[in-house]
Design a protein around this ligand. Structure first.
Ligand code: CP
Length: 336
């Protein structure tokens, strides 16, 4: 098996074998079978988070994971840094490297911000979410959780359909999931307002993705529901104009309530959500507080999965290597 890439920008930077190996390590971490500090090839690595956009789960889980694996952890102080004086990202990363940093986790409003570094990385980099492009570590932890929640071997996931509902077109998590899950045979079903569903889906994500216009048919055909919030901060001006109108009718038409799922015949549909949630839009408070809601379980598994990702990245000694698979098409459709 090839070693991990030095830049983890997309789920497609990892081969299926690397993902299976990553999940074995995460499982061993979860079951206390790994002495974390001894797993490090570097004595006391230094890991930074550099978040140009807000975050609770991603930033703080990486911060905590870095400490648990015995690394020095530092958060790059965006608002008091020389990036405010115009220093660009590459110079910033080279400066951190010169100060002894080994790996930086970056979040940005801009799509594909790490793409400029894949050929010649200034330092090891993990994408903590770039605009509406991708959120590879969230998709990996979701898939890890999914295959643990459904007690099936990876090659039996073929019979499983994940239903993703909401603002798919602006969701970096949805984009990563739609690239990742079909590679392991998992089918994806989508539901949401037409302008939230990418029009040229199959060109970018393959044929295992089905779009439903009717909520009942969607629920009938899925095994687990994955909700997305409306990502208002990534909408263009036309969508902003419709914001109030959207809020008034969204929950009923496109969101999900506990009462509605309770009454759904012959099926106990569990609900995942990457967070943060917007109560009253994509779900109601009763659903958020119901046992079927798994959002906090996803946060729990983020710990072993992100620790495993950090260890695999730190143990790759060649920062020039990249393993992006050629069969993976990059997403570049435009917002309607
Ligand atoms: N899921 C996720 O990315 O959450 P944060 O924005 O809180 O990091």
């Amino acid at each position: 098996m090839t070693s991990f890439p030095s830049v983890l920008e997309s789920v497609n930077d990892l081969t299926n074998d690397q993902i299976i190996e990553l999940f074995k390590l995460a499982n061993n971490i979860e079951n206390d079978k790994v002495l974390l500090e001894e797993k490090n090839s570097l004595k006391k690595p230094t890991i930074y988070t550099l978040f140009l956009e807000d975050s609770t789960r991603t930033k703080l889980s990486f911060a905590s994971c870095a400490q648990k694996i015995g690394a020095h952890y530092l958060d790059f102080p965006i608002h008091t840094s020389s990036m405010n004086k115009g220093e660009n990202l590459e110079e910033t990363l080279l400066t951190l490297k010169a100060q002894g940093a080994d790996l930086v986790i970056i979040r940005a409003k801009e799509c594909e911000i790490l793409n400029q570094f894949t050929k010649n990385p200034p330092i090891k980099l993990i994408n903590g979410g770039d605009g509406k492009n991708e959120h590879p570590t969230q998709a990996l932890l979701d898939f890890y959780f999914l295959q643990k929640t459904i007690p099936l071997e990876l090659n039996e996931l073929k019979n499983f359909t994940l239903g993703i509902a909401g603002d798919v077109i602006h969701s970096r998590v949805a984009h990563s999931l739609m690239k990742l899950l079909p590679r392991f045979g998992v089918k994806v079903a989508l539901f949401g307002p037409t302008h939230f569903i990418p029009q040229d889906l199959h060109q970018y994500f393959g044929k295992d993705i089905t779009v439903y216009n009717d909520k009942q048919s969607f629920l009938k055909n899925i095994d687990l529901l994955y909700l997305l919030r409306i990502q208002l901060e990534r909408h263009n001006n036309d969508m902003v104009k419709n914001r109030d109108e959207l809020k008034n009718e969204y929950l009923e038409k496109y969101g999900f309530c506990e009462n509605e799922l309770c009454n759904f015949k012959n099926k106990y549909i569990k609900v995942m959500h990457p967070g943060p949630v917007n109560v009253g839009l994509e779900l109601d408070l009763e659903l958020l507080k119901s046992p079927r809601y798994l959002g906090l379980n996803q946060v729990e598994v983020s710990m072993p999965v992100r620790m495993a990702i950090l260890l695999q990245m730190l143990n790759n000694n060649d920062i020039k290597q990249t393993t992006r698979e050629n069969n993976a098409k990059r997403i570049s459709y435009s917002i309607l």
